[in-house]
Design a protein around this ligand. Structure first.
Ligand SMILES: Nc1ncnc2c1ncn2[C@@H]1O[C@H](COP(=O)(O)OP(=O)(O)OP(=O)(O)O)[C@@H](O)[C@H]1O
Ligand SMILES: N[C@@H](CCO)C(=O)O
Length: 323
């Protein structure tokens, strides 16, 4: 989206007094993204101009936001490259603007790399491992809100819209994942705060230099392996076929492993996790496509892309976690 809530520079000039950022001197709506209203905000303090991102949360409430914003802050202070939320004079990371929760975070340099090569995948893998380790002592807990409990809620809403082969695939995969999620193996997988949506459009690069992960608003606690699987399923696929590109997979996994070595249990759970990650986005895209909407205008993402990826992961084993 873009901008659901319209905000003028005048509105922000009064509002920004609660932050230690000086004056607001420019505000520009950002025309991508589908969840929130985002703006580039320029402030001036002691003659120095700095750019930030102002986000107005359209669907998230004040009760969920501390997990995301505190997590970003926790990670930033441990050297993980993520936007750092700016606290108000009173120490709040999130305050109302036009009646909705809003936050100011630091602006990452660069742009998204939408045609990544092995060098980009290696940088993402290494930073992801660093992020998982840095999140280990994060004190807040929130489940992955798009995890298996949500799959059980969402499936009945989309099933009436599906063809016979789609219905069979969805039912059988949920059944398969219930067994995996209920297994002792799954309980032994290392877990903690995960990004859970680390797609190409949620990472910034300046050339080959990774400048940060952003859009933490699907983060939650889950297995680290699930996060790796979500990331591989987006960064390392041929977008037309869903087939994994071995060179990119190896680059990402080897770089991750060099920072945080995979366990034997993770090797055993890898193929199941790739399927879980494909199912999660197939289902959320179906749900966004079919659920009744109010006045909201959205261009839903294509669910068939993740149906193809899921069928591909079921049919062919992916490259292993270790070479
Ligand atoms: N901290 C940041 N630094 C630089 N640019 C940012 C930052 N946060 C957001 N952006 C820019 O704003 C755009 C939209 O942000 P984001 O993807 O978080 O929006 P969203 O509505 O949550 O989107 P999505 O559709 O991915 O859920 C990004 O593509 C990026 O260009
Ligand atoms: N990354 C998600 C969109 C929500 O951020 C998708 O591609 O379906």
């Amino acid at each position: 989206m873009a901008v659901f809530t319209s905000v003028s520079l005048d509105d922000v000039q009064a509002w920004i007094a609660q932050f230690p950022l000086g004056d607001a001197v420019a505000l520009k709506g950002i025309a991508s993204g589908i969840e929130n209203s985002n703006f580039f905000l320029t402030t001036e303090l002691d003659g120095r101009r700095t750019e930030y991102v102002l986000t107005i949360f359209e669907n998230l409430g004040f009760e969920q936001l501390p997990f995301y914003l505190q997590l970003m802050r926790h990670l930033a202070t441990r050297g993980v490259l993520v936007p750092e939320p700016v606290p108000t004079h009173a120490g709040e990371l999130c305050v109302p603007l036009h009646g909705k929760p809003a936050a100011i975070v630091s602006k990452l340099q660069g742009s998204s790399q939408m045609a990544p090569g092995p060098v980009h995948c290696a940088a993402v893998g290494a930073m992801l491992a660093k992020m998982h380790l840095a999140g280990q002592d994060f004190p807040l807990h929130q489940p992955n809100l798009r995890g298996i409990a949500w799959w059980h809620e969402a499936a009945p809403a989309v099933l009436p819209h599906l063809s016979e082969p789609e219905t069979r695939l969805l039912r059988s995969e949920i059944h398969y994942q219930e067994a995996f999620h209920g297994s002792d193996l799954h309980k032994r997988l290392p877990h903690g705060p995960v990004h859970a949506d680390l797609f190409r459009n949620n990472v910034m690069f300046d050339g080959e230099r990774l400048t940060g992960f952003f859009d933490f608003y699907f983060a939650g606690c889950d297995t680290w392996l699930f996060d790796v699987a979500v990331t591989v399923n987006d960064w390392c696929v041929d977008l037309d076929t869903g087939v994994l590109d071995e060179a990119r997979v190896r680059a990402m996994l080897d770089a991750y492993h060099a920072v945080r070595p995979f366990t034997a249990d993770e090797q055993a759970g890898w193929q199941c996790s790739l399927r879980a990650a494909a199912l999660r986005f197939w289902l959320s895209r179906l749900y966004d496509l079919y659920r009744p909407r109010e006045a909201e205008i959205l261009t839903p993402h294509d669910p068939t892309h993740f149906e193809r990826i899921l069928r591909e992961r079921v049919a062919h084993p992916a490259p292993g976690l270790l070479p």
